[in-house]
Design a protein around this ligand. Structure first.
Ligand SMILES: Cc1cc2nc3c(=O)[nH]c(=O)nc-3n(C[C@H](O)[C@H](O)[C@H](O)COP(=O)(O)OP(=O)(O)OC[C@H]3O[C@@H](n4cnc5c(N)ncnc54)[C@H](O)[C@@H]3O)c2cc1C
Length: 422
């Protein structure tokens, strides 16, 4: 097996696989390293905003995505207590295709990973990156990894893209992630239900004390229910519940049924398919500017509160922004000894574009999340939303649902991204 590549991508979620596809298409030799075997279910609401569909088409998975995904998402609702306020979702600004979709992550992530392999990336899976070390004189990086069978690998590349998400400890590189448990930590949960009484194409956002969530009909007519709950709220539910020993997911389901009348109705005749999944704590915040010269995309670069369902958008689009900056510079990295300077220049341009596209939606999402979790703040807004439900659609538009951070030239459908050396 080769041990030297132009780029090593750590993590094959939507950010990592799309970066691998784009760089492999641009002629780079790429290793894509993923810790989990696929297909795997993942904590996620599974909604893909319409603005991403042209990108996914260009990445080469459009037909398979459309075949597997649930119905077009045309309406949004706010479910709060016993109340529902509904509005039309805004259509995509480009008009093609106008509406978002929901697709199980066991399908989406597998489609993208297989596309990366088909495009020429070397896929190492299951294989966990343990450490990333900068080499002397800024020449590149040595990446230490272990396969599922226990074999140890050492790979080298001038470019390392960290797409490992934000919920697992990142590979060791000298910056340890704080593992302190805080009462306000938000834990993520997701379960899938058969025969849920949920209108097709409706995307309800749930607001409840100490948490928020969403529900949608995704692949195979199954409904996905996903939410974030504060650690202290969950602990209180498990302490006070009729069955204190219930697993965390079951306590969450009981909480959602109790707090939200429409969830209770939707699940009345439904059967859960598989166990509840849990993840987190989620780590909202911006981390795009790495100090070690590696590049961060997706949740690793910045995590948005999932209340606006834009994490997949930011994963795909941040990978795209970075690859637009990188594409075209592979030869330069191969022959130039000043890799450090190249990396710094690309890093600055990428981080600045990242911030200009995503910072506003991150602030908005934080504002929506903290409002939804606090009944004292949310309650005074409900009378306004009852009179002007269209505000929900305006909030969806402001969250970035209708416009991608990257503009595809018509010729790029389906094609390759163009890039020029810095
Ligand atoms: C409750 C909830 C609901 C959500 N709902 C939505 C929604 O409806 N729509 C939406 O757009 N977003 C939603 N999100 C957010 C979305 O799931 C994430 O933003 C998205 O998955 C980020 O993609 P990523 O590629 O950056 O990371 P991930 O999808 O987390 O992928 C990272 C990958 O890296 C691998 N990895 C990690 N460490 C290593 C290592 N050391 N070595 C090798 N591999 C490694 C992991 O196994 C994983 O496969 C939701 C999130 C939550 C918590």
């Amino acid at each position: 097996m080769e041990t030297s590549y132009d780029a090593i991508v750590v993590g094959a979620g939507p950010a990592g696989s799309s970066a691998a596809i784009l760089l492999a298409r641009a002629g780079w030799s790429v290793a894509l390293i993923e810790a989990s075997p696929f297909p795997r279910r993942k904590v996620c609401g599974e909604c893909i905003a319409a603005s991403n569909l042209p990108l996914l088409e260009t990445l080469g998975i459009g037909p398979a995505l459309r075949q597997r995904a649930g119905p077009e998402l045309r309406r949004v609702a706010l479910w709060c207590g016993e109340e529902s306020i509904t509005a039309a979702l805004p259509a995509s600004a480009d008009g093609y295709p106008p509406w978002g979709l929901a697709l199980g992550r066991e399908h989406l992530d597998l489609l993208l990973l297989e596309q990366a392999r088909a495009t020429g990336a070397t896929v190492l899976q299951p294989c966990t990156v343990a450490a990333i070390h900068g080499e002397t004189h800024g020449a590149g990086y040595a990446v230490a990894a272990a396969t599922g069978g226990g074999a140890r690998l050492l790979l080298r590349a001038p470019v390392v893209i960290r797409a490992h998400g934000s919920w697992q400890p990142p590979p060791v590189d000298g910056t340890a992630l704080s593992r302190e448990r805080r009462p306000a930590d938000l834990l993520g949960f997701k379960a899938t239900f058969r025969n849920a009484a949920l209108e097709c194409g409706l995307l309800p956002v749930l607001a409840l004390p100490g948490g928020y969530g969403g529900m949608v009909v995704a692949s195979d007519g199954l409904a996905t229910l996903a939410c974030c709950i504060r650690r202290d709220r969950l602990a209180a539910c498990r302490r006070d519940g009729a069955r204190p020993a219930a697993r965390a997911g079951e306590a969450v389901e009981a909480l959602l049924r109790r707090e939200c009348g429409l969830v209770r109705e939707a699940l009345a005749g439904a059967a859960r398919v598989g166990p509840w999944l849990a993840a987190g704590p989620i780590r909202p915040g911006v981390r795009v500017a790495s100090r070690d010269g590696t590049f961060l995309v997706g949740n690793a670069a910045g995590e948005v509160h999932p209340i606006i369902g834009e994490g997949i958008s930011m994963a795909l689009q941040s990978a795209w922004l970075l690859c637009e900056e990188l594409a075209g510079s592979a030869d330069a990295f191969r022959r130039d000894e000043r890799g450090e300077i190249w990396r710094r220049q690309i890093q600055q341009r990428y981080a600045s574009r990242w911030r200009s596209h995503f910072s506003r939606r991150m602030r908005l999402a934080a504002c929506f999340a903290h409002t939804a979790m606090r009944p004292g703040v949310a309650a005074p807004l409900l009378p306004l939303l009852r009179v002007v439900p269209a505000l929900l659609g305006i909030a969806a538009r402001a969250s970035g649902k209708t416009r991608a951070a990257v503009t595809l030239p018509a010729a790029a459908l389906p094609g390759v991204i163009q890039g020029s050396p810095p």
